[in-house]
Design a binder for this molecule. Structure first.
Ligand code: IMP
Length: 445
């Protein structure tokens, strides 16, 4: 079966692990959006690899592709490649880079870091927005095709000249004399052209290669970066990324037939959000969260306070246990990730939003001012022991704690979508598949 895997929230849903798991049954794993602003963490054979642009299937020697709507930074691509090899994995599948994909040039990164958007929107500063702007301009964009074709040098020269004012305003070049602009363009050309020969063997057309593969019965997993709420059209604008993060976007951007795919959405058991933008169910504040350090732990007394209802501490505890620091539609099935992080922590689920006496169960376009309305039910289950976790992996859905199943049941009932996988730990093996779809489909009857 072919599937499209997307994130249900604002990214960081734990897609890396699930894509890695589902990739086992796919001949191809294809990235269809975003760029190296994503960070997919995979733990395999006891080794952790974080991939920013290379599709996760690569560590299982699957064929992988990067589609035409991905913003492609060759530097990150080769860094990912080297990280995979260094971690001891053999890359033996095909690698296909779409010739139409747009390059993230060094000046895009500089413009993102120095531009207004990075502060206002809290971007990842990977150059995504500026590269997308150039893509939309159709005059200042540079594709992978340009990089490997004979006119790359002239193109870089022309684009840098056209952008001189913008680059100067941002401090990338100073003074802006013709000589300086030429020297800057020459430097950019030298920096990027070293990748041209290296990527040449991988360049092709996804629309042709993937459709031919599908026609031959090869299976495919389309791997989304970010999450649906960061979609450029459907997301929480302006705090979104610059590409489509939804399943329809995957098919449209790759030029494949959506009807051939099942849509699997990854919903972390609790939503999180990085960057700027409203977050009605936020526990504590983003400013405080930014000051927290990796490895910090709540004391026993603080944990007790959180259990007794201190939401600020509860948020902190969830962030610590879930390592929530950021690694930088229509749905057929949910995959619920990181539900183990909520163990031992009592919580309620938001069931609606409220503003000025108005209440809605729809997701408001502009979230500002909307407050969450929590359901009456409080969910709670105890931390599972390692033995209980192994037993649940072996025996399936029924062996999960009752409180966890109550939460899953209510989520299924609210969305009318069943669950196919529940992830209870970062390792590939800590995954409940047995009976999950059957039992959760029964919740719909
Ligand atoms: P950009 O994609 O770097 O332009 O950032 C735009 C917004 O999307 C910012 O709020 C980022 O924090 C967010 N974002 C981009 N990529 C990811 C991701 O992979 N996970 C979570 N948030 C992301």
């Amino acid at each position: 079966m072919n599937s499209i895997v997307i994130g249900a929230y604002w990214g960081d849903e734990g897609k890396g692990k699930i894509v890695d798991l589902l990739a086992a049954d796919s001949d191809w794993v294809v990235r269809f959006n975003g760029g190296d602003n994503a960070g997919h963490t995979i733990v395999a054979n006891g080794t952790q690899v974080i991939l920013h642009i290379l599709p996760a299937g690569v560590i299982q020697s699957k064929n992988v592709a990067i589609g035409p709507d991905v913003f492609f930074n060759p530097k990150t691509f080769f860094a990912d490649y080297d990280a995979v090899v260094k971690a001891g994995f053999r890359i033996s599948g095909k690698i296909l880079l779409d010739e139409r994909a747009h390059l993230i040039m060094p000046y895009h990164v500089a413009l993102d870091a120095g531009g207004a958007a990075s502060g206002k929107l809290g971007t990842t500063k990977r150059g995504i927005g500026p590269a997308a702007k150039d893509k939309a301009s159709r005059t200042e964009d540079i594709t992978i095709y340009d990089l490997i074709s004979g006119n790359f040098k002239d193109k870089v020269k022309a684009v840098v000249a056209a952008k001189a004012f913008e680059l100067e305003k941002c401090g990338v070049i100073k003074g802006g004399s013709e000589k300086e602009i030429s020297a800057y363009a020459a430097g950019i050309h030298a920096e990027c052209s070293k990748y041209a020969e290296k990527i040449m063997p991988y360049v092709g057309s996804c629309a042709y290669v993937l459709n031919e593969a599908l026609a031959m019965g090869e299976t495919m997993l389309l791997e989304g970066a970010q999450g649906s709420l960061l979609d450029i059209v459907h997301g929480t604008r302006p705090y979104v990324t610059s590409s489509n993060c939804t399943a329809g976007g995957a098919a449209a951007n790759l030029g494949v037939d959506l009807r051939k795919f099942k849509v699997v959405a990854i919903a972390k058991a609790y939503p999180t959000r990085v960057g700027e933008g409203e977050f009605p169910t936020e526990l504590g504040s983003y400013e405080d969260a930014k000051k927290e350090k990796k490895g910090e732990r709540l004391t026993a007394a603080e944990k007790k306070k959180a259990v007794d209802g201190d939401l600020q501490l509860l948020g902190k505890w969830i962030r610590q246990d879930g390592s929530e620091f950021g690694a930088t539609n229509g749905v057929d099935e949910w995959v619920i990730t990181k539900i183990d992080v909520l163990s031992g922590k009592p919580f309620k689920a938001a069931v609606a939003y409220e503003k000025d006496g108005r209440k809605t169960t729809r997701f408001p376009f502009q979230l500002k001012g909307w407050k969450p309305v929590y359901g009456k039910k409080e969910y709670f289950w105890q931390q599972m022991t390692e033995k209980e976790k192994s037993a649940a992996v072996e025996n399936g859905y029924d062996a999960l704690p009752q409180g966890m199943k109550d939460y899953i049941r209510d989520m299924v009932a609210a969305t009318q979508i069943p669950v196919s996988i529940v992830s209870i730990g970062p390792e590939r093996g800590m995954t409940i598949i047995k009976d999950v779809l059957k039992r959760t489909k029964a919740y719909l009857q």
